[in-house]
Design a protein around this ligand. Structure first.
Ligand code: LHQ
Length: 265
């Protein structure tokens, strides 16, 4: 099943929502239309009780070149723009909603991710990049600072020194380097990327979705929590998981020495 949008594609594969940013001629740069469509797609995704996962990727040779700069040109009458408006209206809800989804979000970085495109990647739970992909904190090149969550994600994932160097100098970080830095989970040779992506999507569709949702909640809460608070959170979440069908099935499958057949319930 797929829903009709102009600048993104939303495909459903066995309960996994696959979102493709789809303006390849502009390297999938964000427009207001695309942002509106992403919000509408998230409305549909959040409403699905049978959601097993979400995938975010880009069409063509790029993942996303960040904000479409054609939509942020200087105003004709010499007035300056309030750049916080678009950030609050579009990027903030997008990043926060992806983080809060009750299923894992997989980012398949098929090509270059720049500016806010290289922020959005890290709002996802697991990032897998093709070897030829690269991450560019392009903001300084146009006299801006990293935004859309970049100053939150990059230092937490890669450490302050690397986040600072990448942000100030805006040089490309290769997918291989990103994996070495701990920015992403995995860098995959280009020739294997498509098959690997399909296997991961199938894996999302068959996973213990509620356990994965609880895992992402706990891991995302970790950076701001004390050990005591984190322990309490683990207790609350694991308590819920003890009542799920997937836990029963997992235990049964273990006893039967077979692979579990999780339903995500
Ligand atoms: C583009 C873009 C683009 C439009 C390539 N827009 N056309 C900002 C402001 C306000 C508030 C909210 O927050 C933000 C957040 C941001 O994201 S700011 C940062 C915006 N992004 C950038 O500055 C990145 C600009 N792009 C690039 O640096 C390069 O294009 C990268 C490194 C992504 C890829 O380089 P190449 O592979 O050499 O491709 P290219 O530069 O030749 O681009 C191909 C075409 O895409 C080209 O158009 P053309 O008509 O010449 O074929 C570019 O103009 C267009 N394009 N990015 N963001």
């Amino acid at each position: 099943m797929s829903a009709a949008f102009e600048e993104i594609v939303l495909d459903w594969r066995d309960g996994v929502a696959c979102i493709t940013l789809n303006r390849p001629e502009r390297l999938n740069a964000f427009t207001d239309v695309m942002q509106g469509e992403l919000q509408a797609a998230l409305d549909q995704i959040e409403a699905r009780a049978d959601l097993r996962g979400v995938v975010l990727t880009g069409a063509g040779r790029a993942f996303c070149a960040g904000q479409d700069l054609g939509q942020r040109k200087p105003l004709p009458d010499g007035q300056r723009r309030d750049l916080s408006l678009g950030l609050r209206q579009h990027y903030r809800p997008l990043v926060l909603r992806l983080r809060a989804l009750a299923a894992p979000v997989l980012c398949l970085v098929n090509g270059v991710a720049a500016g806010a495109g290289a922020s959005l990647v890290f709002a996802c739970d697991v990032v897998v990049a093709a070897e030829s992909a690269r991450f560019v904190q392009a903001f300084a090149r146009i006299g801006l600072m990293p935004d859309a969550g970049a100053t939150y994600f990059w230092p937490r994932l890669a450490g302050s020194a690397r986040a600072m160097g990448a942000a100030l100098f805006g040089e490309s970080v290769s997918a291989r380097q990103a994996q070495d830095w701990g920015l992403i989970w995995e860098c995959v040779p280009d020739a294997e990327f498509e098959a690997h992506a399909a296997a991961l999507i199938a894996r999302l569709a068959q996973g213990p979705t509620r356990a994965w949702a609880a895992t992402k909640t706990a891991l995302h809460a970790s950076a701001a929590n004390t050990l005591e608070a984190q322990f309490d959170l683990e207790c609350a979440l694991q308590r819920e998981l003890g009542y799920t069908d997937d836990y029963l099935e997992g235990m049964q499958a273990f006893g039967d020495k077979r692979a579990p057949r999780f339903t995500g319930r």
